[in-house]
Design a protein around this ligand. Structure first.
Ligand SMILES: C[S@@+](CC[C@H](N)C(=O)[O-])C[C@H]1O[C@@H](n2cnc3c(N)ncnc32)[C@H](O)[C@@H]1O
Length: 383
């Protein structure tokens, strides 16, 4: 039995209800300081890891995002320096792609921009530090620490697949009630097991009441409640004095997220590029992730002064930002040539039914900066 299994089992045995919330289980599985999936010294992203992300599809995603952030940064030309923050940057690949692009497209960017990476995993912080050693980046472990030390931010804050990696509470419809899915230990089977109990968590109850989710009345319908996402968007809204927030992730607005066919919710586990269904089998050994609720991020942001500039499909966002201008006309029959690969990467990032619409990009803003950025205006077939 792995060390993490033992840790979770002991936590369950010593708990008052002989069970822990799904949230506590997922937080240990992903972020236990020694054995959690994101804490362990193991490759997670890319071919030798467990999942692909936008920045694994060549450098084109980073190049295109670089152009959007550069336009946003121009809004701060009255300041000596504008801050650009990436949250949850994983391997640091996306930030590297942006900075490499700016070397040719954004003269003296290093004198105009303060670069910050906020990363919870000490392993990922060390990978990032190695990858970005040539650049003047400053690191923090969390947003609060950053704001406490640096003060409120004027600039651009972005993340790719951050919110989907937060631990969630899980609820399930049983008759006319919502029950909480909790995790306990099965002595006979020597394994973790789940069961449903009366929903007592007041924060989850309040969330369900406040958000008016209009959840389907279907037996065994499951909903993940991502309270950490609510907390973070609140903190970001408060800590951003002026500027833009770009959130790239998979998820939906309320109406689409809680469709009847998503009866078992959206939780997925990934190991070596295989989708695994049982989250209790290999805690710490696989990625666990849920789709995010963009309506909540928009509504919570608005309460604290973040204006919604648009929830775009990834394809819409990238096309507006000019990705199609990067397609190269060529006669090279070799599918593995640099130009063929680059064109293929563009298609992969914007393809309908794939990354192009699974991923969304939410752009929010605060303060006097422009709400009419050229790189967000409809282009191509979105016009
Ligand atoms: C799914 S990975 C995405 C990594 C990278 N952005 C990418 O797209 O490949 C999520 C990352 O967010 C980090 N993370 C999770 N919670 C965080 C938080 N509250 N603040 C900063 N980083 C966090 C994790 O350690 C992990 O590196």
């Amino acid at each position: 039995m792995s060390s993490l299994f033992t840790i979770i089992k002991e936590k369950i045995k010593s708990s008052e209800r002989h069970s822990i919330s799904f949230y506590d289980f997922m937080a240990l599985a992903l972020y236990h300081p020694e054995w959690g999936y994101y804490s362990k010294e193991k490759k997670k992203v890319g071919k030798q890891g467990d999942f692909y992300t936008n920045s694994s599809v060549g450098s084109i995603f980073g190049e295109t995002l670089a152009a959007v952030i550069a336009e946003m940064a121009k809004e701060f030309s009255h300041l000596k320096r504008v801050t650009v923050v990436e949250m949850g940057g994983g391997t640091g690949e996306l930030m590297k792609q942006i900075l490499e692009e700016w070397k040719t497209t954004f003269p003296n960017f290093d004198k105009k921009i303060s670069l910050v990476m906020i990363e919870k995993s000490s392993y990922h912080r060390s990978v990032q530090k190695e990858k970005l050693a040539d650049y003047p980046v400053v690191w923090y472990e969390d947003w609060e620490e950053f704001v406490r030390i640096e003060g409120n931010v004027k600039g651009i804050v972005y993340s790719n697949e951050l919110f989907d990696a937060f631990p969630v509470y899980m609820i399930e419809r049983v008759k006319d009630d919502w029950k909480e899915v909790r995790i306990s230990w099965d002595d006979a089977g020597e394994c973790l097991t789940e069961f449903k109990q009366e929903l007592k968590n007041q924060e989850v109850i309040n969330f369900l009441e406040e958000q008016k989710l209009n959840l389907p009345n279907i037996q065994q319908y499951r909903v993940e409640v991502n309270l950490d996402a609510v907390q973070l968007i609140n903190k970001l809204s408060l800590g951003l004095a002026e500027g833009y927030l770009i959130t790239i992730d998979y998820g939906y607005a309320h109406e689409e997220l809680y469709m009847p066919e998503r009866q078992r919710g959206t939780l997925m586990c990934y190991k070596e590029h295989l989708a695994l269904e049982n989250p209790l089998e290999q805690p710490g050994e696989m990625d666990m992730t849920t789709h995010i609720n963009f309506s909540t991020l928009i509504a919570e942001g608005e309460k604290l002064g973040l204006k919604n500039l648009g929830l775009f499909s990834q394809s819409q966002f990238l096309i507006n930002a000019g990705i199609l201008d990067k397609l190269a006309d060529h006669q090279d029959p070799n599918p593995f040539s640099a130009v063929s690969r680059r064109n293929r990467a563009i298609r992969q990032l914007i393809f309908p039914g794939g990354m192009g619409d699974t991923f969304k990009v939410l752009v929010q803003m605060k303060g006097k900066v422009s709400n009419k950025l050229q790189k967000l205006q409809p282009r191509g077939w979105f016009k």
